[in-house]
Design a binder for this molecule. Structure first.
Ligand SMILES: [Zn+2]
Ligand SMILES: [Zn+2]
Length: 114
């Protein structure tokens, strides 16, 4: 049963143009939402189309926005952390390599010079 929250009309027909809120599952018909048939059909063809009723939209938008910012921040921080660690590791590795080479060269050259 799909009853429009606004006009309380019962839409039994599967082809009737009605949107279901993805959060509270309330139904709103296209007429009450003032969505033209053509636009409704176009929206329905999109896989990425999500609809939320007026009350839910602001809440959903808020939480999506915050989640995105948090995700980006965590992602960014982990990337920076990773880069720092690899950079640090590389520098230490290079230094150790250089020291080793220097020691080897010193060992080779010192006896000759002496
Ligand atoms: Zn309606
Ligand atoms: Zn809702």
């Amino acid at each position: 049963m799909r009853i429009c929250e606004v006009c309380r009309k019962d839409f039994k027909d599967d082809n009737s143009r009605i949107l279901e809120c993805e959060r509270c599952e309330a139904h709103h018909c296209a007429k009450c939402l003032k969505i033209e048939d053509e636009l409704y059909d176009k929206l329905m063809q999109r896989n990425d189309f999500h609809w939320y009723c007026g009350g839910c939209e602001s809440k959903v938008m808020q939480s999506i926005h915050l989640e995105e910012i948090e995700k980006k921040l965590v992602d960014f921080m982990s990337k920076v952390d990773y880069k720092m660690k690899t950079l640090e590791g590389n520098v230490y590795k290079k230094l150790a390599e250089m020291e080793e080479k220097m020691n080897e060269r010193l060992k080779d050259t010192l006896p000759i010079r002496q």
